[in-house]
Design a protein around this ligand. Structure first.
Ligand code: SF4
Length: 84
């Protein structure tokens, strides 16, 4: 199993926990949190809520534990992901 896709639903409270846990994937902004374009197939820096771009390369395998920990640690549970 690997994580294929990560996105951020509405409601981020900009607490920085996810970036502290997994900075390769999450970048907190002034108003929300982005899924970094550097680990996405579409290369775009945003929440990936509408795009639903897959993770690129081996990111979803290499960082599976860190992404899951970030999602579990989000206080408002807006980090979502899919596995395949
Ligand atoms: S952990 Fe959740 S609430 Fe905190 S910055 Fe990340 S997405 Fe936003």
């Amino acid at each position: 199993m690997a994580i294929t896709k990560v996105w951020i639903e509405e409601g981020c409270i900009v607490c920085n926990a996810c970036e502290a846990e997994c900075p390769e994937v999450f970048k907190v902004t002034d108003t929300s949190c982005n899924v970094n374009g550097s680990v996405r197939e579409d290369g775009v820096d945003n929440e990936n809520r509408d795009e639903q771009s897959p993770l690129s390369g081996s990111t979803g395998t290499d960082l599976e534990a860190a992404i899951e920990a970030a999602a579990a640690g989000c206080p408002v549970e807006v980090i979502k992901f899919e596995k395949a």
